[in-house]
Design a protein around this ligand. Structure first.
Ligand code: ARG
Length: 462
């Protein structure tokens, strides 16, 4: 019999029963549901709303149910619709009358909202820890390549010399923002909806501050309607996960390019690559491709929840039961992607010689050549045109800028002197870019220091 069957005179249609129930996916909220119920029951008893004896029975009953769920000894039923009614029903079966008092001054509307927030807070903590570990992996690679010269690209065309460290650190900086985005999301989410009840609070003398504190929230939510109506915290979380996946998909894409024969800047470890069923020579970057591909489903979860919530009148609507599956899927996806991606980056072999060879072609020291003339007194715009002509001349003659003789150079500008060859050396071009945030070793080392303190602050907290 349904908990709410009093008002009804007919059984629920069997199809409707399945259609309506969410236990297949919200069972994973069992721990948070029990935590929330325990805090609620303890508060009810402290406030004299239920007796201390009933509260004790409820707490003991819930403790037993938690243990039995974790031991795999409990089967939930679609007849009881969702995790909240499943647990309440089992509790009442086990402890009788006292179980029926648990739902005093509460509704499934505030119950699901508190469960979902508790669950997300826990998950954000775990995802953040994975991401911090991944950043350490990136830093360890970057440290080894502060002098590894490679071409930096714009439009996927070779542009200017940088180092591999600078390239990896660009991502590490993005991931720092992903971490702080999660922290911001967590801070905003850290208010407790419990006690909003169905929508309009309650006439019982409940203590929302006490339950909020017991459940680890900063404070109760300020408005009972808002407490049960909004899912912005889940949408914000999915936005953060989408941005994180977007960043990972870019590094995934570059990893795929870098391990192709066209680049060969890196090789992936055998343990992080896969073969082909027909082409014996193939070694494919499936891990990177899957991270790139799975980005789509995380975006999908975000779009789906935004659309579910669009135009919903206050307060709770059953549409909102659709908030969970996408979020769960995004969590599972991100939690798989980060550690496998970290392992791939940690074990890859870098080929500095191929990066250096790529830097040799493509005139990526042309800006440095123009800067050379500018430093000798030529206005930059004229130097830019002069070097443009030089590049044209080089292309016609199959040469690089540094292949040109001093005579050839001086024909274009008398400002060229012997020291131009030093100015054009790729290593110097990269190492002299010592402006704040640049690829010079001094600067990449500074960046590494900044991110190391970022990681250390968070490790110390934990
Ligand atoms: N299973 C429901 C959900 O996930 C719980 C809240 C149900 N509330 C209600 N009034 N039907 O949204």
């Amino acid at each position: 019999m349904k908990l709410w069957s009093g008002r009804f005179r007919k059984e629920t249609d069997a199809l409707v029963n399945d259609f309506n129930s969410s236990i297949q996916f919200d069972a994973r909220l069992y721990r948070e549901d029990i935590e929330g119920s325990m805090a609620h029951a303890a508060m009810l008893s402290r406030q004299g709303i239920i007796s201390a004896g009933d509260a004790e029975k409820i707490l003991a009953g819930l403790t037993g149910i938690l243990a039995d769920i974790e031991a795999g000894n409990i089967e939930f039923s679609a007849d009881n619709e969702d995790i909240h009614m499943n647990i309440e029903t089992i509790l009442t079966q086990r402890i009788g009358e006292a179980g029926k008092r648990l739902h005093t001054a509460r509704s499934r509307n505030d119950q699901v909202a508190v469960d979902f927030r508790l669950y997300l807070k826990r998950q954000i903590g775990e995802i953040r820890a994975e991401l911090l570990h991944f950043q350490q992996v990136l830093l360890d690679q970057a440290k080894q390549h502060t002098e590894t010269v490679m071409p930096g690209y714009t439009h996927l065309q070779r542009a200017q010399p940088i180092t591999f460290a600078q390239h990896l650190l660009a991502y590490a900086n993005m991931f720092c923002r992903d971490v702080t985005r999660m922290e911001d999301c967590m801070a905003r989410m850290n208010e407790c909806p419990l006690g909003s009840c169905a929508l309009a609070g309650t006439t019982y003398p409940i203590d929302r501050f006490a339950t909020a504190a017991e459940l680890g929230f900063d404070r109760p939510m300020n408005n009972s309607l808002d407490g049960v109506s909004d899912r912005d915290y889940a949408i914000e979380f999915l936005s953060d996960m989408s941005i994180l996946m977007m960043h990972m998909s870019r590094l995934a894409e570059e990893t795929i390019l870098w391990c192709s024969w066209e680049f060969k800047f890196i090789d992936l470890d055998d343990a992080y690559s896969t073969g082909s069923s027909i082409m014996p020579q193939k070694k494919n970057p499936d891990v990177a491709e899957l991270v790139r591909g799975k980005t789509g489903r995380v975006y999908g979860a975000l779009m789906s929840l935004l659309t579910t919530m669009k135009s919903l009148p206050l307060a709770y609507n059953k549409d909102m039961q659709e908030d969970k599956e996408g979020v769960f899927d995004a969590i599972d996806t991100v939690k798989m992607c980060i550690p496998v991606f970290a392992g791939m980056i940690e074990t890859m072999t870098v080929h500095p010689e191929n990066m250096r060879a790529a830097a040799n072609r493509g005139f990526i020291n042309a800006t440095d050549c123009a800067d050379y003339l500018t430093k000798k007194g030529m206005p930059f715009r004229d130097a830019y045109t002069t070097v443009g002509n030089l590049v044209y001349y080089c292309q016609e003659n199959g040469k690089t800028l540094e292949d040109l003789s001093l005579e050839e150079l001086q024909k274009i500008s008398p400002l060229f002197e012997q020291d131009v060859y030093e100015a054009l050396r790729m290593e110097n071009c990269a190492m002299n870019r010592a402006s704040f945030g640049g690829p010079a070793k001094t600067e990449t080392e500074r960046q590494i220091g900044v991110i190391e303190s970022f990681l250390k602050e968070r490790a110390d907290e934990a």
